[in-house]
Ligand binder design. Structure first.
Ligand SMILES: *Cc1c(COP(=O)(O)O)cnc(C)c1O
Length: 367
């Protein structure tokens, strides 16, 4: 029998490019015959999760694995609601915030709609548009970040969802309270605006907005956050959205019944209790980012200023070779040619000694 399943695949699937994650440490060590590789490629917390989380997980592993998790995530929603000052009915818990980004798109767009995002914004947005078959509107960036005026002007009658990453990955750029408010004031109510705040905890800027407070005013707003980054739980896959309760209800209908596993639920609930570890991680990141970007400034290396736990270095040449030379030295960073940024490398902030190794390696390679 002749197989051409590509021809059978729906819509934009057959020419879809799969999301390219950072190379796993084990793979690099295996391929290059090295050990102690450092992964500075996926914006993970180099300090890992809270010790309290690890202890709680150890206690739980014996108990509950044969049982389905609480599909309603009751305890986590209670804890999040109390912490964030919202109602539990406004929360959608998801398998990484990635899942809830896709859920929003699935609930509100189909092939007859358009979905908008910015040039250089998180690649999951165009991926989601393609999977759904929605028309993608990619708005040119301004200074590597979102051009909100252009985005607002590009809204059409069929636009249902706008994704905005604040701060943005991979560029690390961010939007101020006044700009965003101005934007939300102008966007029509039939457009769901998703503010993807995966790096929310890291940002320490006076006019970075506390957008959850805006929800009563803008019912079309969906704010997404995650336990993958500052909380150090990327491996367990858990994130959430906060929105109008009606939107949350729709998202909850569309998700899989048991989309989040029981260990992730207990880990997230426990992580919320350890504010000390979170603040420790955030501070360490600030110091590490300063260490890395300070070293770049000293050496005259150009980069895009970032407020996240990563930044983009402009290598001034095709970055693929530099990426490969770093890999050989056991330093995994992220090429961003797939973001149409072939000269840049995205570098996640690591532990102090990893940052030193990276700077030293770059110095050798770029010389
Ligand atoms: C890492 C990241 C996410 C989500 O990651 P999850 O692990 O799925 O929660 C979402 N948006 C942006 C911009 C990110 O960088």
């Amino acid at each position: 029998m002749d197989c051409n399943f590509s021809a059978l695949a729906c819509g934009g699937i057959s020419d879809l490019q799969a999301y390219q994650p950072g190379k796993p440490i084990e793979e690099v060590e295996r391929e290059y015959g090295i050990s102690h590789a450092a992964k500075l490629a996926s914006n993970e917390n180099p300090l890992g999760p809270s010790p309290l989380v690890l202890e709680t997980l150890r206690g739980h592993i014996d108990k509950n694995l044969a049982l389905y998790p609480d599909g309603g995530a009751y305890r986590l929603k209670q804890a999040l609601a109390a912490k964030l000052g919202v109602a539990p009915q406004q929360i959608t818990v998801s398998n990484g915030s990635n899942e809830v980004l896709e859920l929003v798109a699935r609930v509100f767009t189909d092939a007859s709609h358009s979905l908008m995002y910015s040039q250089y914004a998180f690649l999951v947005y165009p991926l989601v548009a393609k999977v759904i078959g929605a028309r993608a509107i990619e708005v040119p960036a301004k200074d590597w970040g979102h051009d909100l005026e252009a985005m607002q002007a590009a809204v059409t009658a069929d636009t249902r969802v706008i994704f905005i990453a604040n701060p943005n990955n991979p560029t690390g750029t961010w939007l101020r309270e006044s700009e965003l408010r101005n934007f939300l004031d102008k966007v029509p109510g039939h457009v769901i605006v998703v503010l993807d705040e995966a790096y929310f905890e890291y940002v320490d800027e006076a006019d970075y907005p506390d957008t959850l407070k805006w929800l009563p005013e803008y019912p079309n707003l969906v704010v997404t956050r995650t336990f993958s980054k500052a909380y150090g739980l990327a491996g367990l896959r858990i994130g959430y959205a906060v929105s109008h309760a009606q939107i949350a209800d729709l998202l909850n209908r569309a998700r899989e019944p048991f989309n989040v596993n029981s260990l992730a639920l207990i880990a997230a609930e426990t992580a919320l209790q350890d504010e000390t570890h979170l603040q420790f991680s955030v501070k360490a990141n600030r110091v590490g980012l300063q260490q890395l970007t300070g070293a770049c400034v000293e050496r005259g290396w150009e980069f895009i200023p970032s407020v996240g736990n990563f930044f983009c270095l402009n290598t001034q040449r095709n970055a693929a070779q530099i990426y490969d030379s770093l890999l050989r030295r056991g330093l995994i960073v992220r090429p961003v040619a797939n973001y149409q940024m072939p000269q840049h490398l995205r570098i996640s902030v690591g532990l102090e000694e990893q940052n030193v190794s990276l700077i030293n390696a770059l110095e050798e390679i770029l010389r």
